[in-house]
Every structure is written in structure tokens, then in C-alpha cells.
Design a protein around this ligand. Structure first.
Ligand SMILES: [Zn+2]
Length: 146
């Protein structure tokens, strides 16, 4: 497999874990970007958590996130911290979730604030997947499973 990440990131992944992370990875491998929603206050956390960061409730359920997002801000790193440079990073806005950072799979010069993005998936090491976004071209919003 072609290296997409640097050696330090590979090392960090070996100690990255937890039940929520394992379930998140399992769903990413199926092409589904999911996270957890609190059963008590209905807040959606991203990344997924085993508890609610808002009310500290322990009852959370998995939901599939919308397949589209809006690009809120973006930048490019000439020296990649996680991925090989140049690494384009965006702050994306996802309906019902809020804002979070994501890899953007498009040239920096092609991006504009407010553009619609579609989620995609990238295997960065054997069994390790990440979500990423690229400019949307009429991608329909998929079903959300509770
Ligand atoms: Zn809550």
C-alpha cells in the first residue's frame, strides 16, 4: 500500500483505540460516516463518544451523518502533520452536528468558502480509514439510521 501518512502518524494509530473508535472505524470501512447522539439531550458529538460531552449522559446511540457538508474555512499545510504534504484541511459544517475539521481531497486553489462538499473515505493504513470531503457534484443525501 502506498504511504499516505507519515511514520509518526502510523505509530500514533497503534495506540489509538476505545470502543467508540472501533465502531467508528467499522462503519467508515463500510462507507458510512457515523457518530453518537445523546439519548437524553439529543446532542450529536463528533468524533463519537461513549458519553455525552454536553450533559455527561452515558446513553448514546449511533447515527449516520449527512453525506454533504458546507466548507466553512480551509487551509493548506506545506509540511504535512498527518498526511503527506501538501495537506489540505477544512473546517466543515454538517447539518445537525456543527463544525469539525476534516481532510479535504481537492487542490487548495479549487476551493471556496461556502461550497458544498461530499464525504468520501480513504484507507490510510491496513484497516484504518478516515473520512474526507471533496467538492460535491449533485451527491444525494443518504438515509440516516438511528
Ligand atoms: Zn446529552
Amino acid at each position: 500500500m502506498k504511504d499516505i501518512i507519515d511514520a509518526a502518524t502510523k505509530d500514533a494509530l497503534s495506540v489509538f483505540g476505545g470502543r467508540a473508535t472501533e465502531e467508528f472505524q467499522r462503519r467508515l470501512a463500510q462507507g458510512r460516516l457515523c457518530s453518537t447522539r445523546c439519548r437524553a439531550c439529543h446532542a450529536v458529538a463528533f468524533p463519537p463518544r461513549e458519553f455525552c460531552p454536553d450533559c455527561h449522559g452515558r446513553e448514546v446511540e449511533w447515527i449516520e451523518l449527512p453525506k454533504e457538508a458546507t466548507l466553512y474555512a480551509f487551509t493548506q499545510q506545506q509540511r504535512g502533520l498527518r498526511f503527506l504534504a501538501p495537506d489540505v484541511i477544512g473546517l466543515v459544517e454538517v447539518q445537525g452536528v456543527g463544525h469539525f475539521l476534516s481532510r479535504i481531497d481537492a487542490p487548495f486553489e479549487s476551493l471556496a468558502i461556502g461550497m458544498r462538499l461530499a464525504v468520501g473515505f480513504l484507507q490510510i493504513a491496513p484497516g484504518i480509514w478516515v473520512h474526507q470531503y471533496r467538492p460535491a457534484r449533485g451527491v444525494p443525501d443518504g438515509p440516516h439510521d438511528p
